[in-house]
Design a protein around this ligand. Structure first.
Ligand code: SF4
Length: 687
């Protein structure tokens, strides 16, 4: 029996745990004393390893390469040589005939780790010759990255997860911590126990609302109006820090011109909130000696998400709640390594370390290091633009690594149609996901637990995870598969291990240059920026109120409220908002194959509906119902609960039967290209 120290593969809380292993099987998981979890785990950490034992609960693991040589034909087993030759020759042909931008690739925010994301973006840019590389940050915290880079200079949490309990006021905006990051929820609870005031802005009565000093149940789709009203109260009722604003910020007059009309009384109709409650919230926030804003998908998955985050960032700036412990802005990233996929440049506009594709000096540096003559300068496609680009004939090949767009992306009927038009769909994964089931080629990879590497948690913390067991079947580590593909395309990649990849990356990124494997050994935790090997890492950003913008000042900004794209009407009278289920994660391919988690919550999922609406519609609790939008309909189970507000229903996106993304709209934020998952018009009726 042995204990192997690793990092949980589900949410980005970055919990360290020990896998107890006997005869190459996992026996149990134990919480380790990691910086963010301090020995605690949630139930996914305790039970989310079961799939590694190949228990074949729902979906067998992929164990050998598969090729579908004819559209509509069956998969055939293949050797690795055959699969690499098949994919590389097809990619070469598409590149020669259609150009490199006819090929789209993804990084993975899940099991593979940072080194694999580095290798994948190098393969995309240096070998294929395209910036068409993206990851699921696009459907998650892409708006936080884009917005905070503009206002503060870095698109990440300013402070640390373990710093949350030191703050004296937490504004929780569109963030259901208990279901999405239970260990962060524990930090919020500890802050409360330490005397912090808690303000929750959410249409639903989420778990955190139960401990809130003030719960603001705003109407679905009114985030921007509320953020502007918050700023209006702070500025026009003299609750802001004038000296801080004058010394450390710019853009005050432009921001004020936008927010001036958003008085609490003006937004009462838009938000459904009482003006007094909005004022009370800002009294609480501004009067606290230290205050933190945490947000999640309830802020980011909107057509106006980048603007809302500018507003939240401006609230922190005008009250001086940045640049010291116990304060800050906290976009709490979703998947375990979604921060890492962005850190490593698996996005269309950034190289690793957030160095810009558009900067010729950056391109020159990477071209020289990689030994290629040039690198593409045009920004690549985002994953949310892929279906449209396929249907327009611009993308012909899609190489999907460790993601399942046919489960997680909006408007699945559109996605299905688009994928069917591809010349080549390659899926590199561990399970036969929905996307894998329609692929032309499947490349079976090792899972978390079967390889090592580095993950980045939501607060910029690099941690090492170890290999626990030997994989079964003819599978390969993700970065090895990409290296073989690259070599077959004429650019030999001969990495021996993840450390070699990491060290190549460090040399190219000042932000991470001092984050060595040695520092991350055991329980080591290194938060970027970490520019030199004697640097301890950075628990909080913007020390001395110096912002990472050209003039060192934080940018104050906001925007007028824009109503949600798809409005309810007589035919589709309710709002569908997608949410989280604590027992499962993401597309559910891993948690859905863990027996304890399956027992906790199983298909066909559920739709949360308010008792008033349920009675009006003749729907009983636990009854099977249809939920239908303009794009499709699904069957699911009614969960009649007063936690849902009147006029809205809530579904999680994990379920394969009752997949709510059959219903969602692919309206995108104009800057981040993130979909408006939180507001689709639907009708609900009994079967
Ligand atoms: Fe920690 Fe998140 Fe894993 Fe739960 S799912 S153990 S909160 S990292």
């Amino acid at each position: 029996m042995k204990k192997v120290l690793t990092v949980c593969p589900y949410c980005a809380s970055g919990c360290k745990l020990n896998l107890v292993v006997e005869n190459n099987k996992i026996i149990r998981a134990e919480g380790a004393n990691g910086v963010t979890n301090q020995g605690e785990l949630c139930l996914k950490g305790y039970y989310g390893w079961d799939f590694l034992n190949d228990t074949k609960i729902l979906t067998p693991r992929l164990t050998q390469p598969l090729i579908r040589r004819q559209k509509g034909g069956e998969f055939e087993a293949a050797t690795w040589d055959e699969a690499i030759e098949y994919v590389s020759s097809r990619l070469a042909k598409i590149k020669a005939e259609e150009g490199p931008d006819a090929i789209m690739l993804t990084g993975s925010s899940r099991g593979p780790g940072n080194e694999t994301n580095y290798v994948m973006q190098k393969f995309a840019r240096g070998v294929v010759g395209t910036n068409n590389i993206d990851c699921c940050a696009r459907v998650c915290h892409g708006p936080s990255v884009a917005s905070l880079q503009m206002t503060l200079g870095n698109g990440a949490m300013s402070n640390s997860i373990n710093d949350i309990e030191n703050t004296k006021c937490i504004l929780v905006f569109g963030y259901n911590a208990a279901d999405s990051h239970p260990i962060v929820a524990r930090r919020i609870l500890k802050a409360k126990e330490n005397g912090a005031k808690i303000i929750v802005c959410d249409p639903r009565y989420i778990e955190t609302a139960r401990i809130a000093d003030l719960w603001l149940p705003l109407k679905n789709g009114s985030n921007m109006a509320l953020a502007n009203a918050f700023l209006n109260v702070l500025i026009n009722e003299d609750l802001y820090n004038k000296e801080y604003v004058e010394r450390y910020t710019e853009g005050f007059d432009d921001m004020k011109a936008v927010i001036d009309k958003y008085t609490p009384e003006y937004v009462e109709e838009i938000t459904g909130l009482k003006a007094k409650d909005i004022r009370d919230a800002m009294q609480m926030y501004a009067s606290a000696p230290s205050a933190t804003i945490l947000w999640g998908m309830g802020v980011t998955q909107w057509g106006q998400s980048v603007d809302v985050i500018k507003g939240l960032s401006s609230m922190a700036l005008v009250t001086g709640n940045l640049g010291r412990p116990g304060v800050g802005v906290g976009p709490v990233r979703g998947q375990n390594n979604v921060q890492g996929a962005c850190d490593m440049g698996a996005t269309p506009k950034d190289y690793p370390g957030y160095q810009k594709v558009a900067d010729p000096k950056v391109r020159e540096k990477f071209a020289k290091a990689w030994g290629v003559t040039s690198l593409p300068d045009n920004p690549g496609a985002t994953i949310t633009e892929v279906p449209h680009r396929i249907l327009e004939g611009k993308i012909k090949a899609y190489y999907v690594m460790g993601e399942d767009p046919l489960q997680t992306d909006p408007d699945l009927s559109l996605m299905r149609e688009a994928l069917s038009k591809l010349d080549l769909l390659v899926v590199q994964d561990i399970f036969m996901t929905k996307t894998a089931s329609v692929a032309d080629v499947i490349l079976p990879a090792t899972s978390w637990g079967e390889h090592e590497g580095i993950y980045s948690s939501a607060d910029r913390g690099f941690q090492h995870f170890e290999k626990a067991i030997e994989p079964t079947g003819d599978v390969k580590v993700d970065w090895e598969i990409i290296s073989l593909m690259s070599t077959a395309l004429g650019y030999p990649m001969k990495y021996k291990n993840t450390k070699e990849i990491w060290d190549e990356m460090r040399v190219l990124c000042d932000l991470y240059a001092g984050a060595t494997y040695e520092k991350m050994a055991g329980l080591g935790y290194v938060q970027w920026p970490c520019p030199t090997e004697d640097h301890p890492g950075t628990p909080y950003l913007y020390k001395g109120n110096k912002f990472d913008r050209p003039n060192g000042k934080g940018l104050l900004a906001s925007a007028d409220w824009i109503p949600p794209k798809e409005q309810i009407n007589e035919e589709y009278p309710m709002v569908l908002c997608t949410v989280r289920e604590v027992g499962h994660y993401s597309c559910r391919s891993m948690t859905g194959n863990c027996r304890p988690l399956q027992t906790l919550a199983d298909e066909p999922g559920y739709v949360q509906i308010n008792p008033f609406d349920a009675e009006r519609l003749g729907i009983k609790d636990q009854a099977l119902v249809w939920v239908e939008s303009r794009r499709g309909k699904v069957i699911t189970r009614a969960n009649v609960t007063p936690r849902a507000n009147k006029g809205a229903v809530y579904m999680t996106y994990q379920w394969w039967i009752g997949a709510c993304n059959e219903l969602t709209l692919d309206h995108l934020d104009p800057i981040s290209r993130t979909p408006e998952y939180k507001h689709s018009a639907v009708k609900v009726y009994s079967i």
